[in-house]
Write a protein that binds this ligand. Sequence first.
Ligand code: DX5
Ligand code: ZN
Length: 213
Amino acid sequence: MKVAVSILSADFANAWEELKVIDSDVDYYHMDVMDGEFVPNISFGAHVIKCFRDKTTKKFDTHLMIRNPKKYIKDFVNAGSDMISFHLECDDDALEVIDEIHFYNKLAGIAIKPNTKVEELIPYLKKADYFLVMSVEPGFGGQKFMESSLDKIEKLAKWRQAEKLNYLISVDGGINDKTSKLVVDKGIDFAVVGSYLLDKKDPHKKMEILKNI
Ligand code: DX5
Ligand code: ZN
């Protein structure tokens, strides 16, 4: 399984010290951007992402939990994002946001909240490069994995095979050594992992466990 490390739970005064010990095993860094409107929390913006850009050569997967992603795509590209996901439930038109991300030659992803039906992604299967199934209510790290995400992952994997498409499938929220097995069984390509890895207890060993699932 590929691992996208969410930096949300890091100690930001000391974040790179915490991350550099696992950097060689990281597939992507997952940057959770929250505006306090789309979700009830404010995290960080493009400047913070830019600060990490010089530290690593790994890809940055920016997850925009904001109401109006389209007008900020350029900023997040300039900050060093390689792939950018936004929410189907945001206020902007999804196809326009995808076009804006593709304009900068970056990968475009669509995320869905736990209460959104996966069938709502069907019109975008040929348009987006990846899909992000939220397995917690977006807004905070450290929440419990919701098993309702499994059926969504399975359907995305089935549609991909049936239509001979090649989008990636990712999952975000509550992933640990146990829940990662469940999502791999359903066909996940990469999982976002935050608090399980960044609780300051043996990140190396945990990374090894995750990568071998
Ligand atoms: C939640 C974020 C997730 C989350 C992952 O809104 O999108 O990326 O922080 O953290 P854990 O692994 O702690 O659920
Ligand atoms: Zn996220």
